[in-house]
Design a binder for this molecule. Sequence first.
Ligand code: DPP
Ligand code: ZN
Length: 853
Amino acid sequence: PVVTRRADYTAPAWLVPEIALDFDLDPRRTRVRARLNVARNGAHDAPLRLDGDGLAPLAVRVDGVDADWRMDGATLEIALSGDAHEVETEVEIAPERNTQLMGLYASGGNLCTQCEAEGFRRITFFPDRPDVLTRYQVKLTAEKARYPVLLANGDPVASGDLDDGRHWAEWHDPFPKPCYLFALIAGDLAANRDTFTTRSGRDVEVAIWVRERDLAKTDHALHALKTAMAWDERVYGREYDLDVFNIVAVDDFNFGAMENKGLNIFNSRYILADPDTATDHDYDAIAAVVAHEYFHNWSGNRITCRDWFQLSLKEGFTVYRDQKFSADQGSAAVKRIEDVRTLRAAQFPEDAGPLAHPVRPDSYIEISNFYTATIYNKGAELIGMMATILGAEKFRRATDLYFDRFDGTAATCEDFVSCMEEAGEVDLTRFRRWYSQAGTPRVTARLVHEAGSGRAMLTLRQTMAPTPGQPVKEPMVVPLTVKLFGADSGREVAPEQLVLLSEPESEIAFESVGERPILSINRGFSAPVVVETDRSAADLGFLSGHDDDPFARYEAMQQLMLDTLVSSVQRGRGDHAPVIDAVRQTLLDGDLDSAFIAEAVLLPSDSFIGDQMAVVDPDAIFRAREALRRDLGRELEGEWREAYEAALANRFEYSPAAKGARRLKNVALGYINASGAPDAASLAFVQFEQADNMTDRQGALATLASGTSDKRVAALDIFYNRYSDNALVLDKWFATQALSSRDDTAQAVEELSRHKDFTLANPNRARSLIGAFAMNQRAFHDAAGRGYRFVADQLIALDKLNPQTAAKLLPPLGRWRRFDKDRAALMRAELERIVATPGLSKDMFEQASKSLD
Ligand code: DPP
Ligand code: ZN
């Protein structure tokens, strides 16, 4: 397979200022005529090369006459004599046979597109690279009865009926855009419409398009959209720029959603919500993704990426923007905790594994494999660190400069950082290493106090383990927010300050510290690093109850829990008392809100505990965690029941307070169940049956699904029958069982893969079973290798349909280095079997072969 390298970038030989596209739409046979105005870019005599994938030209004309052309592999090559020409091509494609869901495909009776990163070349011949910016004029023609709605990017300009039962519509997008932002939809859809008035007084028609029967589930997304539009005006000074903004939901989608100019296309799971079918988590995710795609209009569309190595330029920044947006809608502290948990669950393992890559990668085989937590979530942390270093005011000045200077262009990460530097009046030379070096820095912090002189010395040391292709690491710039509390008084003894650690080691002195200080560090998670301290259980207990930074408070509790669990795993037994005391203190703290309490008292996940250990022992981790859960359940049973009952009376409402109450209620239910209380299963079953919302119903179902009570099968059956016509809820039914902590989960999942509602053709469904199961550490890492074999079988089958989705599910199988010899050998054997599969996609080849190295 061909490796693409960042160092090889050259500007496009030909530009395409204008294109006219004419689609004759039909699921079996769609005719695509394209008229490109091409312009030679600079002095050279290179031919015009147009990317294609699975296309055969039916006609090629230059300036109206049949032209000389040849195919070079999948690329159409045309020799051109002048500096500007009109090039016409014609191809035929079959959307209904497109199982990759890249390009033009059929979903639920509609025709839709997904072009990022390289799907446009499956629709028509074109220089498929993000630095070719083109004005689009699009005509769609289709059978009217079947496809009454025809949408494309930009503004509608004309439409009409033909006398053969078909109709047509023309759309024009005045903003030059890369072809990955092209989109069209033909379908039988209904709209939830509204008007948004921009702050300069322009009216924008906004609409969310879904199938008629789902209309009632679109209010939340529509409200989120308008809230996001206003937020971007207020916080970043960015206004929407077209007269219409359309969002369409489809059921079969590789991504969560796509930011096509003026026509966002969404996976229906990030649009549809009502209390009966969507959890609070779903509601939050919908608002976040709607905002994310909307924000791309500026950070992504108006300013796009020069090449795909710059992907984090738009994704990291846009995730940062959507995270701040969500933080502004409710509890910023809880949002920060959730974001850090996601980073640790998805990105830290990536950085520590065979697929580690920098936020700005240097090479790829298949760019689809780089839509990763590193590009997105770590990329967002990089923006956050720069915002911290600059401060709010200068950060805003820097983003203004960036939007101003690079509007209408295809830019680079370097362009963004240089704006930060210029407007922020800081030197970010060394900070840039965050873009080029993979890996998670480890910072060791030691605090020594001399009682006599009142001086406290904080010694910080940073190290970073080698990653594939980067054996030696340079020191990073790590912004650490620190503060000291007095162990006796509990008061602040040194105010919060920002320390920029940029050397391998550095010392910070605090004067006039009269009592023994306790270190609070990486407050607010100011840097995406692992911090190691030698703080005692007592000090962590103190911070978990008293730190005034909510994140640091949460973090102290997590560290206390982790220390306890890791020592239990290693010694077979740990002292649970400090954790129980700290959890009690948090539970009974009347100043804390329920959402925060619920987050703080949750034990770290099996896999996060595993990440702390040299060799992961999934069974020992599971036992240690269950033992601590049981003791927490028993020792605090009264407190859990009180918390549970306090939340019982609430009727459904989507508000931060009501969400927090439900969160704490479900966490409490889990602990009551862990205590072994005889009535725990019936408590869960009553909640399951009486719930007026999906959060409570699924929370109860999850508790029952991990247990042994006779209510388990009943609840699963009731749930299935109640929602058998709702694909998104059935995904939850599959995922809940795949995440069960029962001993027979691997077997149950194998059986579920033969269930009549299971299909690999739908990415959500594939992820709900295969993806969820591979996250279930103990079940997936079954010592006999049953889980590995099952996942490999499924991925080999899925690869034939949808390589992109298959390859994204591979990483858990690639982490063999973290496990014992026997498991490692079993995992490697499956990776080898995948690599040896005839006809393997380059997506899977890249992921599996890199994982074996
Ligand atoms: N649609 C994906 C996202 O918004 C890729 N751009 O992140
Ligand atoms: Zn994005």
